[in-house]
Write a protein that binds this ligand. Sequence first.
Ligand code: HEC
Ligand code: HEC
Ligand code: HEC
Ligand code: HEC
Length: 380
Amino acid sequence: MKKTVPTLIVMSLLLAACGKEQPATGPEAGMHQHQADLAAGKAVAEAKCVSCHGLDGKGTGPDIPNLGGQKEAYLHNALEGYRTGTRQHAALQQLSSELTEADVVNIASYYASQKLAGTAAAVGAADTVAAGKTAAAVCVACHGADGNSKMPGTPSLAGQHPGFLLNAMQAYKDGSRKDAAMAGQVAKLDKVAMENIAAFFAAQAPVARDKSTVGDAVAGEPLSGKCGGCHGKQGHSADQKTPSLAGQDAQYLVKTMKNYRDGGRAHAEMKTMLAGAKDQDLAHIAAFYVAQAPKQATATKPTAGQQWAERCGKCHDAATDNPAMVTPRLEGQPVAYLVKALKDYREGKRVQSAMHAMGAPLSDADIQAIGEYYAGQQPK
Ligand code: HEC
Ligand code: HEC
Ligand code: HEC
Ligand code: HEC
């Protein structure tokens, strides 16, 4: 199944394209119906493409892909994609609509015959956790070197869900969550930096905070019954957007619950949950959660470009050249182009089911790490 479906799609695209000029004679009628003419392809490239793609297929700008050495069928598909609108780019849509089918065949064949070329790229950290550690240098004064804070009233971040940490940072940044200590800390961070920091703290092993000096854990357990559905029975949340509470700082938990109850921290569900709760009960609940051993929220995806590449290589490596899957090579493409392509798939602006499935769970930080990784590889 996996292999035949893409073949059929590709074949029918090619057949449909060929059909414009001459009728296809059967399932065997593919691109080879047109005898590719390299000299004619070169002439079109000289006339229309050279300013951006060079004659050797090397992109002349930071967001222009290299075409040299890509598979002929892939280049053909790409131009067809612009022509039919499954790929959107004003200039390319215009240009490809001016090409005849013979032009497309010739030019795909011409650029495919050029050497696979890499852009000499400055390689960044290409690892979200490593980049996050660097960006988190200013946070450790309060949250602890590994996100295990020793300051009463300050939450530990180690092992927390990255999705929750990101939400919290964004809420401080946009002002929907207010705190004098935190406001200035996140003001200058962009989305990629916040995602990296979240990945770093999430990857650290959490350590239990000091036992609560207020409240009674035994009395807290039954009171926490209605919280377990979201936070986990023992405070180990299974949901990206819901924080784990096990082993968290008691003073912080009490303060936060009062904030939800009294309106100091806005969140509809939490406000409902804690409406009318007595201070003493909140202390008991806090004592219960502090007494639970903290657990790291499981890391479910790669953090480094290199690790992603092991997954992506199944389709994109030269070594796994699968004729049924028409894939481009990624090594040496410009970072900006790779980032744009992956965001286009994620956001459905570029339509391709295999790639959309890969792109959907990628964060901006993942995409940046993958882009930097592939851009730094020399095509072999
Ligand atoms: C004005 C600059 C410009 C010119 C001229 C130009 N291109 Fe492009 N080309 C681009 C950019 C930018 C992209 C990336 C577009 C996107 O994000 O989809 C691109 C993408 C492509 C792709 C897809 C590559 C891939 O890796 O998916 C192909 C194939 C291509 N161009 C072929 C051509 C051909 C053939 C010509 C001449 C007929 C041409 N281009 C002329 C700028 C240009
Ligand atoms: C001056 C001390 C201080 C520094 C420095 C600091 N924080 Fe905080 N942080 C706090 C305090 C106090 C809170 C609890 C605030 C509240 O009640 O909303 C907090 C809360 C948070 C939370 C919410 C956690 C939760 O469980 O709800 C996140 C996420 C966070 N900080 C991230 C960061 C990051 C990232 C940095 C560095 C860029 C940073 N903090 C720097 C003191 C600090
Ligand atoms: C319907 C799901 C749900 C239920 C039930 C629920 N919570 Fe929450 N809780 C959340 C979500 C989601 C957040 C994160 C809210 C935010 O971003 O401010 C949260 C945040 C918290 C926080 C802040 C932790 C931190 O690190 O900042 C505490 C403390 C908390 N809940 C305690 C409780 C208690 C105690 C109960 C039971 C009385 C409870 N929750 C019931 C969903 C729930
Ligand atoms: C199941 C096979 C498959 C897997 C796995 C896969 N891809 Fe792709 N990828 C494709 C196909 C097919 C295309 C061509 C789609 C098109 O024509 O738009 C493509 C296109 C791309 C492009 C566009 C390149 C260009 O020149 O325009 C990028 C970038 C890309 N993939 C990155 C990745 C990354 C990163 C991963 C791993 C996270 C990945 N792919 C995993 C099949 C796959």
